[in-house]
Design a binder for this molecule. Structure first.
Ligand SMILES: N[C@@H](CCC(=O)N[C@@H](CS)C(=O)NCC(=O)O)C(=O)O
Length: 206
């Protein structure tokens, strides 16, 4: 019998997204503490993820990197969130790639220059530019959520998990969501689910 699924990372990193997926699926897992300075550079970790970045997942013989790809794998293999139709699978892939390409870059431009980097390395103009760029995809979400409670319809799905876990950074760190009330209400719903709260407890206590 293979042991539990192993997630390499720490809660205050992109591994948080995978902790949410693990908690949502209910699969037995072990968090192998690996930080993004020393931990990622060890030869043992590089053998798992040659990118030397967290998170990484080991499930028996299967080794994966990329937080959102790990989540797709986890939700397809374990738990009961994965959609039943090919069409909805397509929508999950769409929203996953969308959040990686449309949300993550401007959000990180804002975050690095607002609270991630040490104060003397922040550039306020870059922070403002990132915040401005982030408004366009948030506007898209606001339009989509005008007609439904979740991204694929009435029920929470892997699409909601992927997009809300990435947007956790903006939501938790005080990005002004007032112009996007439907997005704010949807994030409040997604990020206060019991499974997400378990992952948030790990991250916010760390
Ligand atoms: N696209 C990757 C990004 C992974 C990533 O950049 N992880 C950071 C921590 S959140 C890291 O390990 N950084 C170490 C480094 O860049 O040296 C993913 O989503 O998994």
């Amino acid at each position: 019998m293979p042991g539990p699924v192993k997630l390499y990372g720490i809660p205050r990193s992109r591994a948080f997204r995978c902790l949410v997926a693990l908690e949502e699926t209910g699969v037995e897992y072990e968090l192998v503490p690996t930080d993004f300075t020393e931990g990622v550079r060890s030869p043992a970790f590089r053998a798992i993820n040659p990118n030397a970045k967290i998170p990484a997942l080991v499930d028996g013989e299967t080794i994966l990197f990329e937080s959102l790809a790990i989540n797709l794998y986890l939700m397809r293999k374990y738990g009961d969130l994965w959609p039943r139709t090919v069409e909805d699978e397509g929508r999950v892939f769409q929203w996953t790639l969308w959040t990686a390409t449309e949300i993550e870059p401007p959000q990180m431009q804002w975050a690095y220059n607002t609270f991630v980097r040490p104060a003397d390395q922040r550039n306020p103009a870059e922070a403002a530019a990132g915040a401005e760029r982030l408004k366009a995809p948030l506007g898209v979400l606001e339009t989509v959520l005008a007609g439904r409670d979740h991204l694929l319809g009435a029920a929470y799905s892997p699409a909601d998990l992927q997009v809300s876990c990435v947007l956790y950074t903006a939501w938790f760190n005080g990005f002004d969501l007032a112009p996007f009330p439907k997005v704010k209400a949807w994030l409040d719903r997604c990020l206060n689910r019991p499974a997400v709260l378990r992952a948030r407890n790990m991250r916010e206590a760390a």
